[in-house]
Design a protein around this ligand. Structure first.
Ligand SMILES: Cc1cc2nc3c(=O)[nH]c(=O)nc-3n(C[C@H](O)[C@H](O)[C@H](O)COP(=O)(O)OP(=O)(O)OC[C@H]3O[C@@H](n4cnc5c(N)ncnc54)[C@H](O)[C@@H]3O)c2cc1C
Length: 359
């Protein structure tokens, strides 16, 4: 078993003129198999509720080399985008949470940061979580971005291990069907665990060592949030219990692995929410469920001018490409409204030369 949809490093949701529609989910598709490994590959995990067609498209993109894995992971892609932004004269500020989107006469005019600083703007484009944007940053005055017919991807725990051994003989991705279901939290029991061995990416670990992860989806984000707030000791103990279960499962394939594990890190839905603000700790925004088309959602809010949205909450299926597609649409809309030509590809390098010449 070589790759799983949510972990192939290659999600893409391409808006098409006549988007294909799928009638069954991966979980329904899994019932066509009798082998427990195939049943659990399709029927469990973060992608179970996904339209089966999404899986087919994923494999098609991978086969056609339209999708793939970037050495260095997401960080490498983010680095390229950030460099390009700076080269084009943009400024990037991190570690500056926005507390409020400032609105005057139904027009977005800037943002106020948690530090109290205000930043004026001709346009505000939010790429943050959709619910947090409409409910918290805009105080619910312009409706709720959520389309209630859509369901969000679940949240997740991730056990990450730093192993002092070269595991390049292992597959990149491995599923183990468990003898007994593993209870993750109230309402979440797993019959399989999946592992990724990052030996194919030299940036993940020094020579002779390997980074290994196990991704564990859960819908019960509230349990982890409450536990972290009410009882930090038990929260840590629960994370340790899951790490132990994951390592015990890995030992079935690699019997003496425990003694060479140098680092254990467990993130929970509470971690996801703390770091990304994402609604219910969802790992990828709106699910592409059966019947849903590959169309982006509306990126404006009724009654609010000079405001746009980008990112996974306005593009069902989410993933890294959704950021690029929706950001491009947002900038095109700004250019249209401001009567500025939208520059793309070759035009950007020409613009860069012009900027340099006129600087
Ligand atoms: C374990 C895992 C594996 C994945 N694998 C893949 C994969 O293989 N391929 C793929 O395409 N996708 C994958 N995804 C999904 C992908 O990471 C997301 O869909 C994508 O990052 C969404 O991008 P985004 O910009 O819309 O949102 P985010 O990446 O969530 O970015 C939103 C940003 O806004 C910031 N923010 C939130 N609120 C505020 C505020 N008030 N003020 C300032 N900043 C704020 C957050 O800190 C965050 O940095 C994976 C996700 C996970 C968790």
């Amino acid at each position: 078993m070589a790759a799983q949809l949510d972990d192939a490093g290659a999600h893409a949701t391409v808006p098409a003129a006549n988007p294909p529609r799928s009638t069954i989910s991966c979980a329904e598709y899994s019932k066509r198999f009798t082998h427990p490994l195939l049943r659990s590959f399709f029927g469990e995990g973060g992608s179970a509720q996904l339209a089966a067609l999404a899986l087919v498209l994923m494999f098609a993109w991978l086969t056609e080399r339209d999708a793939g894995y970037a050495i260095g992971g997401s960080q490498a892609i983010i680095g390229l985008i950030a460099d390009n932004l700076r080269n084009l004269g943009g400024r990037l500020r991190t570690g500056a949470p926005v507390e409020k989107i400032l609105v005057e006469r139904d027009t977005a005019v800037g943002v106020r940061l948690a530090s109290g600083e205000t930043i004026a703007a001709d346009w505000v484009i939010s790429a943050a979580d959709g619910h947090a944007t409409t409910d918290r940053l805009l105080g619910g005055r312009y409706g709720d971005v959520s389309d209630h017919t859509l369901k969000a991807f679940p949240s997740y725990l991730q056990v990450s291990l730093g192993v002092a051994r070269d595991l390049s003989q292992q597959p990149g991705y491995m599923i183990r069907v468990l003898d007994r279901p593993l209870v993750i939290d109230p309402g979440t029991e797993l019959s399989q665990l999946a592992f990724r061995f990052f030996h194919f990416d030299p940036s993940f670990a020094p020579p002779g060592k390997t980074a290994v992860t196990s991704f564990i989806p859960t819908e019960n984000w509230e349990f982890w949030m409450r536990l972290r707030q009410s009882d930090l000791t038990r929260y840590q103990a629960e994370k340790q219990r899951i790490a132990d279960a994951v390592i015990a499962c890995l030992e079935r394939s690699l019997p003496d692995i425990r003694r060479v594990i140098e680092l254990i890190d467990v993130s929970s839905p509470a971690t996801v929410i703390r770091y990304t603000n994402n609604w219910r700790g969802s790992y990828e925004g709106w699910l592409l469920t059966p019947g849903a088309g590959y169309r982006p959602l509306r990126n404006t809010l009724p009654g609010l001018r000079h405001f746009l949205m980008a990112g996974q909450w306005v593009m069902p299926g989410g993933g890294l490409p959704s950021g690029l597609f929706t950001a491009r649409s947002a900038i095109q809309a700004v250019c249209r409204a401001d009567r500025v030509p939208f520059l793309w590809r070759g035009a950007i390098s020409r613009a860069r030369k012009v900027l340099k010449a006129t600087a």
